[in-house]
Design a protein around this ligand. Structure first.
Ligand code: PLP
Length: 412
C-alpha cells in the first residue's frame, strides 16, 4: 500500500518516521499522520469504495495501516437513520442519526479507533495492548484485543458504573481500577507507557488510533449521497472525534470525492464537564481543565487532549457548541428512544439535548440538513435511568386485573 508518508507535529511541523510515538521531542506538540493525497486520489474513488465490503475498511487508503486488519474486521458502516419523528419534535425538517449504537463489536464508536490501533500495534510488533478509558474504550480494547490475541491491560476510574466494569471484565483482560478520575488515570498511564513497551492505544499509538474516527465522517458523507451535511452535532470528551470528523470531510475534498466542504461542526458536552464548550462561549483559545461531575461518564474528560484542535475545527467550520445538564441528558435519551426507537447511552442524551438547544438558540436552522452523532449504546449505562423512566403497570395474572388496572389509568 504505502499511502502514509510519516508523522508530523501539529505545532512546529517537524517530521518523524512511522513509529509508536505521539509527541514532538522539540515542542511537545501532538503528532499526526501525513498521507500522500495525490497518490490516494489516483487509486480511490466513489465507485471503488462502493464495491467494497460495508465496513470501515472500505476507506483503507485513508487509514494508517499497511496490511490487512487484525481487529474490527467487520466494524463500521453503521446506519445513517432518517429521524423524521425526532426532527418534528426538534423542529428540523431533514434530520439524521448516525447510529454507532449498533453494528460494532462492543456497541460504541470506540470500536472504530481500536480497530485501527490494534492493527497498527500488531504491525509495530507489540504483544501487549492497553488503554486509559472512561469505559467504552476499555470494552473495545478488551474485546477486540481478545479476538486478535493480545495481552491486555485496561485502566479505568474505579468510580465507573458497575455494569460498565463488568462489560470489560467478561473478556478477561487485566482491569486496573484506579482510585481517581479519568485525568488521574491518563497521567498514570503516560508514566507506565514510558516505562513498559506496551501499545497504549490512546497514548503512544494515539496518532494512529485517532485516525479511526475519520470513518464516522466518511460514512456520513457517503450515506448522504456523497455530500457533507449542513450541521453535525458531535459529543466531545478529548475532542478527538470532532477534530477527525472535520478532517474526514476535508480529506474527501482533497482527493476529489466531494467538491466542497459546506458543513458546520458543533461540540456537545455535559455542563458538569464542558471545558471545550466553555472556551467557545468565552471566545478564548485556552482550555481551562475542570473536575468532571456528570452522569455522562464516557465524556468526562476534564483536561481534553485535543480540546484546542476541536475549538479550531468548530470555529473554522462556523459551528458552535452547547452544554446540557444531567436532567437534560436523561430527557435527551428518553426523547431519542420514544421517537426513534434508539437506546443511546448518556453521551447520546448529550448530543440530542445539545441539538435541541442549538435549534432553540438559532444556531441550527429548520431547513438545514443536520446529523446527530450517537456514539454508544444505552444498554451500557442503564444505571443512569434508574428511577427516571416510568414504572410498569403491576397486575395479577388475570384478565379482570388487567382490565381493572388499565381502566383505572384510563388506558382502556
Ligand atoms: C469516547 C467517546 C466519545 C468522544 O470521544 P473523544 O475523546 O472526544 O474522541 C463520544 N461518545 C462516546 C460514547 C465515547 O465513548
Amino acid at each position: 500500500m504505502g499511502y502514509v508518508q510519516g508523522l508530523k507535529c501539529r505545532e512546529c511541523g517537524r517530521e518523524y518516521p512511522i513509529e509508536p510515538i505521539y509527541v514532538c521531542e522539540f515542542c511537545f506538540g501532538p503528532l499526526e499522520v501525513v498521507y500522500d493525497y495525490k497518490k490516494i486520489a489516483k487509486v480511490l474513488n466513489k465507485k471503488k469504495i462502493q464495491q467494497r465490503a460495508k465496513t470501515l475498511w472500505r476507506y483503507k487508503e485513508l487509514l494508517p495501516v499497511e496490511g490487512d486488519p487484525v481487529a474490527g474486521i467487520n466494524a463500521g458502516f453503521t446506519p445513517l437513520v432518517k429521524a423524521t419523528r425526532l426532527g418534528e419534535t426538534l423542529g428540523i425538517k431533514e434530520l439524521y442519526i448516525k447510529d454507532d449504537t449498533v453494528a460494532h463489536p462492543t456497541l460504541s464508536f470506540k470500536d472504530r479507533v481500536v480497530s485501527v490501533a490494534l492493527t497498527k500495534a500488531r504491525e509495530f510488533g507489540f504483544d501487549t495492548v492497553a488503554c486509559a478509558s472512561t469505559g467504552n474504550l476499555a470494552h473495545s480494547v478488551s474485546a477486540q484485543g481478545a479476538m486478535a490475541g493480545f495481552r491486555r491491560f485496561v485502566f479505568i476510574p474505579a468510580s465507573l458504573e458497575p455494569s460498565k466494569i463488568i462489560a470489560s471484565l467478561v473478556y478477561e483482560p487485566n482491569v486496573v481500577a484506579v482510585d481517581g478520575n479519568y485525568d488521574d488515570v491518563n497521567r498514570l498511564c503516560s508514566e507506565i507507557a514510558n516505562k513498559y513497551r506496551w501499545a497504549f492505544v490512546n497514548i503512544n499509538i494515539r496518532p494512529f488510533y485517532a485516525e479511526g474516527s475519520k470513518t464516522h465522517g466518511f460514512e456520513i458523507v457517503e450515506q448522504l449521497g456523497w455530500k457533507t451535511p449542513d450541521n453535525v452535532i458531535i459529543p466531545c470528551a478529548s475532542g478527538s472525534l470532532l477534530t477527525k470528523i472535520w478532517k474526514s470531510f476535508k480529506e474527501f475534498k482533497e482527493i476529489g470525492i466531494i467538491k466542497e466542504v459546506d458543513a458546520k461542526v458543533f461540540g456537545a458536552q455535559a455542563t458538569g464537564c464542558s471545558p471545550i464548550v466553555t472556551a467557545l462561549k468565552q471566545g478564548v483559545d485556552v482550555i481551562r481543565p475542570v473536575k468532571p461531575n456528570t452522569i455522562a461518564k464516557s465524556l468526562a474528560i476534564g483536561n481534553p487532549a485535543d480540546g484546542f484542535y476541536a475549538l479550531q475545527a468548530i470555529r473554522e467550520s462556523g459551528g458552535y457548541g452547547a452544554d446540557v445538564s444531567d436532567e437534560e441528558i436523561i430527557e435527551g435519551m428518553r426523547l431519542l428512544a420514544r421517537t426513534e426507537g434508539i437506546f443511546a447511552e448518556t453521551a447520546g442524551g448529550v448530543t440530542v439535548a445539545a441539538t435541541k438547544k442549538l435549534v432553540k438558540e438559532g444556531y441550527i436552522r429548520p431547513d438545514e440538513i443536520t446529523v446527530i452523532c450517537i456514539t454508544g449504546n444505552g444498554l451500557k449505562t442503564q444505571e443512569a435511568l434508574n428511577g427516571k423512566v416510568p414504572s410498569p403497570h403491576y397486575i395479577k395474572p388475570s384478565l379482570a386485573s388487567f382490565e381493572e388496572v388499565m381502566k383505572d389509568k384510563g388506558l382502556l
